[in-house]
Each structure stands twice: as C-alpha cells, then as structure tokens.
Design a binder for this molecule. Structure first.
Ligand SMILES: Nc1ncnc2c1ncn2[C@@H]1O[C@H](COP(=O)(O)OP(=O)(O)OP(=O)(O)O)[C@@H](O)[C@H]1O
Ligand SMILES: [Mg+2]
Length: 270
C-alpha cells in the first residue's frame, strides 16, 4: 500500500468509538468501576482483539459498544453519531449494523423458538421491515443458514436438537441476518467443546473475510487472537493499558499484563 492510500484509509471515520467512557456497576456502596476512562477506536475493516484477565471489563466494554449498557460519563459513537442519547431510530440502526455473539449459545437462544424464527427475528424490527417482503426474509434466512453451514431444512427444528457447535452457528446466523457491518464477539468458543472450537473460529474468520466485516473479538487466549485479529487492546481494571497493531504488541509488550497473557500461550512453532 502506498502512503497516500494509507492516509486516506486512516482518515475514514471510526466505525465505532468510545470517548472517555466510564461505567460503575453494582450498587453505590459496593460495586466496581467496570470501565474507567476508556477511549477506543475501531476503524472500518479492522479485527480488534480485546484481551485481559477475568474481570478486567472486556464484556462490559463490548456491551457498551453494542448499546446494551449506557456509560455514566463519556460518549459512544457509531459512524460519528452518538448512540448514548438512545433515540429509537439510531438504536435500531445500531442494532442492524452492529451484531453481538455471546459466549454461551444455550443461554442466548430461546428454547421455545424454532431455529428459523430465531435467526430471522432481527428482521422483524419495524424500522427494518418497511421495505422488505416476506419472500425476501425467507430467502435471506435460507442464505444465511447456508452461509454458516446449517441446512435450511433445519429451520423448523428447535435449539435443543442441536449440538453446542451447531447452536453457536445458529447464534452467528442470527447475528448476521441483518447484514451488519460490525461483529462483536464475546469469547464465542469458550463454552464449546474443544473439538469444535477451531471449526467455529474458522467459520467466523471466513465470514469476516467474505463480508468484509469489522470485528471486535473478546478473548483471554492470545493464541486465538493472533489467529483472527490484526489489532489488539489490552484491558486491566476497567482501563485499556496497551493497544496497537497485533504484531507490534506481541513482539514488544509494554505492560506486565500483556507479558503475562503472552506467557500463557503454549509454546508451539510459529
Ligand atoms: N451486573 C453487574 N453488577 C456488578 N458488577 C458487575 C456486573 N457485571 C460485571 N460486573 C463486574 O465488573 C467487572 C468487569 O466485568 P466484565 O464482565 O466486563 O469482565 P470480563 O473482562 O469480561 O471478565 P471475564 O474474562 O471473566 O469474562 C468485574 O469486576 C465484574 O465482577
Ligand atoms: Mg467477559
């Protein structure tokens, strides 16, 4: 890439961004400063790995980016517009464009809803439905099921009839059915059987490549992050203590937390 191109690419506004976000969770006397002055920029097309020890605030930050938590102070912007004021139209746009995949598909899928309805449900938002026919929705459902490796014939079945890995495929299809630009994933394979983790990670990587998605991927496994991401941000006690290009951070970690996380990667040939 030549220099002018790089300048142009970097000048594009961030897809998602937090500005000095702080958030206290729990009651006033107890509780914890889950996020403490976090400023983060996710540029279009980046795959950002969000890492840190347990309790450092990764999931909380992801929920703030998804519009599920409102910060006490600071701002969250999607394509330059604040989502903190939560006007319905802006929230609906955020929901359609920023998808969230959680750790455990057992708790994120409604057991009483069949797979087809589960996956297509985000299309039922009135703000999205306006110019989409029933036929479009059916075609979109079949397409996304195929894309994640599920047989569209399985649409009438229920989540409990599927294995953990397949259930995570259902959750991923649901997240992608509105054709979002950003995928937020919170440890999407850590609740799964070790034998299917690589399949789901590779599926995510294929989807991110094929659709040109921007991704924020939460993990405390830096080997997985190396496989999927090109940037990394390291959290500790609700703060981002280090961030940058993955290769730079991995080669010369500046913070003790990063060094500890890197030391936990099993020594395998690179
Ligand atoms: N609903 C809640 N009420 C009170 N405290 C909370 C709540 N949710 C999270 N916390 C606290 O906020 C801090 C950040 O939690 P968070 O879940 O964001 O961490 P995490 O980095 O995702 O950890 P893990 O790797 O274990 O998933 C922790 O101290 C946690 O105990
Ligand atoms: Mg978490």
């Amino acid at each position: 890439m030549n220099a002018p191109e790089r300048i142009r690419a970097d000048a594009r506004p961030a897809e998602l961004r937090t500005e000095s976000v702080s958030l206290h969770l729990g009651d006033r006397r107890g509780g914890v400063q889950a996020l403490d002055d976090v400023s983060l920029e996710v540029r279009p097309g980046t795959r950002l790995g969000l890492v840190g020890e347990s309790g450092s605030g990764k999931s909380t930050l992801l929920r703030v980016l998804a519009g599920l938590h409102r910060p006490d102070t600071g701002d969250v912007l999607f394509r330059g517009s604040s989502i903190v004021r939560r006007r319905p139209r802006e929230l609906a746009e955020l929901r359609a464009n920023v998808a969230l995949v959680l750790q455990d598909p057992r708790s994120s899928l409604d057991p009483r809803m069949n797979v087809g309805r589960t996956i297509a449900e985000p299309l039922r938002s009135p703000l999205l439905r306006r110019d989409r026919s029933r036929q479009d929705a059916a075609a979109q459902l079949a397409r996304v099921m195929t894309e994640v490796g599920l047989d569209p014939e399985a649409a009438n079945r229920f989540p409990h009839e599927f294995s953990g890995g397949q259930r995570q495929r259902i959750a991923i299809a649901r997240a992608l059915v509105t054709r979002p630009a950003v995928l937020l994933a919170d440890e999407p394979v850590s609740a799964l059987d070790v034998s299917v983790r690589a399949q789901i990670l590779n599926l995510l990587l294929e989807l991110v490549n094929a659709r040109g998605l921007t991704m924020v991927f939460v993990s405390h496994d830096l080997a997985v992050v190396r496989h999927l991401c090109d940037e990394v941000a390291v959290m500790k006690d609700g703060r981002i203590v280090e961030s940058g290009h993955l290769a730079d951070v991995y080669a010369e970690p500046q913070h003790a937390v990063t060094r500890d996380l890197l030391a936990a990667i099993p020594r395998i040939k690179v």
